[in-house]
Design a protein around this ligand. Structure first.
Ligand code: 5AD
Ligand code: SF4
Length: 438
């Protein structure tokens, strides 16, 4: 008989790409380890980390610190750190944290079983980016509803604030046939909604032996029978092409939502960020998107307090937000990151000024999101039911335009599309009433 499996506790920080990578970690370790929700019974404790801002990095370091006691109680426990902070810090992390056994970078996921074995004997570091990223073929559990498929890795844009090109390496696209096979497997397992992931999906296909564009990949996947919904993230405004904009009116599974990070509304700051577009160009793309697909919901990312940002620059961001009329947004205080150019720029903005601007921006964004939510009240929309709501007792899912809807309904709706009338609008979600199965 096979030996009972050891227990893996896996904690994930950061973006959807990290969530997808964590699922791969669990998959490659599955012959030896099964997931546990309880860290107290873990034989292997892995943290998949995010380095995008100082705050994200800080969360990882404080969690790691708190593991010293667990490791004392369970001396055989292997503690490993992977992902972006691991890639960034490498050896330094081992030196700083005596109870840490393993550091593996963003490209080391497929080597994990071997690395864990090695870490049982001696402390191990593997942060080699040169070997390239080897995305493994995903296996989908029966009953899967929503899935992430990584279509490319890395980024060559070098926005001056961003650590991603350093911790995820150069841009590499996966061949379309591999992606299609993974989506076919997903559909065969009963899956409904796919989100394609890459740091800059609009430049998908560059460097592949057979020439292929992102729009062509979308066409190919949208034609697969059984795919109810298709999404993707993240798009860079400078590369958002006409044929991609047109896709929103043309491909039935493609959901009416686009995340299009603006970062700033000031041309001076956009140039200093090396973003490659002006405020006017950004707003023109927004207008074209709304023309091609009148119901589209747009979300964005914004940074306040980038080095040199004046009050006038910041007000230009507020103005851009009002003009674009985003349905949702994420906003952040600029955080200097190691090796990035902006970290060495003069005129770093004082912390109090950043906090003040963030509060003003978030007040405006909160009003806009709530207004977009209120507009939906009384309308009926299609919800893909993903499970029970966080507070329990209700079902929870998303509209095609990406807003979260909670509503009372029978459990057999989980994994299905349902027509739901929106009855109440909140800051971060909607409440609805079940009308019928779609
Ligand atoms: N400081 C603050 N925000 C950042 N982002 C990326 N790098 C930084 C940084 N150094 C934000 C950007 C990006 C999102 C994922 O995180 O807005 O779009
Ligand atoms: Fe970072 Fe810019 Fe690349 Fe996005 S496009 S991952 S912000 S460098």
């Amino acid at each position: 008989m096979a030996a009972p499996k050891k227990k893996l506790y896996l904690r994930t920080f950061g973006c959807q790409m990290n969530v997808a990578d964590s699922q791969l970690m669990a998959q490659v370790l599955a012959p030896e380890y099964e997931l546990t929700p309880d860290p107290e019974e873990a034989d292997l404790y892995l943290i998949n980390t995010c380095a995008i801002r100082k705050k994200s990095e800080h969360k990882v370091l404080s969690l790691l610190g708190s593991l010293r006691a667990l490791k004392r109680r369970r001396p055989h426990l292997i503690v490993g750190v992977g992902g972006c902070v691991a890639q960034q810090e490498g050896e330094r992390l081992l030196a700083a944290v005596p109870h840490l056994d393993l550091v593996f970078g963003t490209h080391g996921v497929w080597r994990l079983p071997e690395l864990v074995r090695q870490a049982r004997g001696r402390r191990t570091v593997d942060v080699d980016l040169r070997e390239g990223y080897a995305p493994l073929r995903r296996e989908w559990p029966a009953g899967v509803i929503q899935g992430y498929v990584t279509i490319m890795q890395g980024c060559d844009n070098f926005c001056t604030f961003c650590v991603v090109p350093y911790v995820r390496g150069r841009e590499v696209s996966r061949p379309p046939a591999e992606i299609e096979a993974e989506v076919r497997d997903f559909l065969a397992a009963g899956g409904k909604e796919i989100t394609l992931l890459g740091q800059n999906v609009n430049s998908y296909g560059r460097g592949l032996p057979e020439p292929v564009t992102f729009r062509q990949l979308l066409d190919r996947l949208a034609a697969l029978p059984g795919l109810a919904r298709l999404r993707f993230a993240t798009s860079h405004p400078k590369d958002l092409s006409e044929d991609l904009i047109a896709a929103f009116g043309e491909l039935p599974p493609l959901c009416e939502h686009l995340h299009l990070p603006a970062q700033s509304g000031s041309d001076r700051i956009l140039t200093a960020m090396n973003r490659g577009y002006t405020r006017k160009e950004y707003l023109e793309k927004v207008a074209r998107l709304r023309r091609a697909c009148p119901g589209i919901a747009l979300s964005t990312d914004l940074i306040v307090g980038f080095p040199g940002e004046t009050e006038a620059d910041f007000e230009a961001t507020l103005e851009l937000v009002r003009e674009a009329g985003f349905e949702a947004a994420f906003s952040f205080k600029y955080s200097p990151r190691p090796r990035t150019r902006a970290a060495d720029f003069p005129d770093q903005v004082p912390e109090e000024v950043k906090s003040d601007r963030l509060a003003r921006l978030q007040a405006l964004l909160g009003d806009l999101t709530l207004a977009a939510h209120r507009w939906l009240v009384g309308r009926v929309g299609e919800v893909l039911v993903e499970g029970e709501s966080k507070r329990g007792g209700e079902l929870s899912g998303r509209l095609r335009t990406n807003q979260v809807v909670n509503f009372a309904g029978p459990r057999h709706l989980v994994g299905k599309l349902a027509q739901v009338e929106i009855t109440e609008a909140y800051a971060h979600s909607l409440k609805g009433r079940w009308v019928r199965e779609a």
